[in-house]
Ligand binder design. Structure first.
Ligand SMILES: [Zn+2]
Length: 221
């Protein structure tokens, strides 16, 4: 019983406190007004990414992709296209493992190997937004900026429809928000529904006067 309590306390100190402290901190420091939105895509590149890129091109929208290192290595043409079309690329770990269950060496290897995949990486979003104490050390060591989100449409869920995703995006965004969507992984072809939702949501948001920006122009004031 004593050991169970010790493990729980260590888990809270090592994983839970850093994760929720930074998530809360992130929410508090968001810009409170303005017309800028920051569209971000996690978990790609995948077979859906070209379609997302086509849609962004149609509206001349630049965004930020948080790619999984292993997927980036397998889809170099898509990475090339992202750069070529003016998007920003950040890293979303090497294999999309949860930092809550990683010790020092696995955390170190994840940062070391994923930051070798692409040049000039400056932004890091942890899978599920989960970090451990060592993640904070390596974010600083590799000169990365830790990025969470303000709006999540749960577009990765198996049972969510494209209309629900669209409605969540439209109803939840306010100026200055970072929107987290997914162009890879997910269940039951989830990124396809994300694409279909965006086809409807983007013209509405543009009509409302929002501008889409990359995270390197994020205003934290
Ligand atoms: Zn992810």
């Amino acid at each position: 019983m004593k050991w169970v309590i010790i493990v729980i306390v260590l888990f809270i100190i090592y994983d839970v406190i850093p994760t929720y402290f930074y998530k809360l901190f992130y929410k508090l420091k968001r810009p409170k007004n303005g017309n800028n939105l920051y569209l971000t895509f996690d978990d790609g590149p995948s077979i859906y990414t070209n379609h997302i890129l086509d849609l962004l091109k149609k509206y001349d929208i630049k965004c930020t992709f948080f790619v999984v290192g292993d997927f980036a290595l397998k889809n170099k043409d898509l990475i090339e296209r992202m750069y070529h079309e003016g998007h920003l690329i950040g890293i979303h770990s090497l294999k999309h493992k949860n930092a809550w269950f990683m010790g020092f060496f696995r955390t170190f290897k994840d940062f070391r190997d994923s930051t070798r995949v692409l040049k000039d990486l400056k932004f890091y979003r942890p899978p599920w937004g989960n970090i451990n104490l060592f993640s904070l050390y390596f974010v600083s060591k590799y000169k990365l900026k830790l990025v969470f989100w303000n709006v999540m449409a749960e577009d990765w869920r198996a049972n969510i429809s494209e209309n629900e995703i669209k409605t969540r995006i439209i109803n939840r965004v306010r100026g200055g928000d970072i929107i987290c969507l997914h162009d890879g992984r997910g269940k039951n072809n989830a990124p396809y529904r994300t694409l279909k939702a965006l086809e409807k949501a983007l013209p509405i948001l543009l009509e409302r006067g929002y501008n889409f920006r990359r995270l390197d122009s994020y205003d934290e004031k």
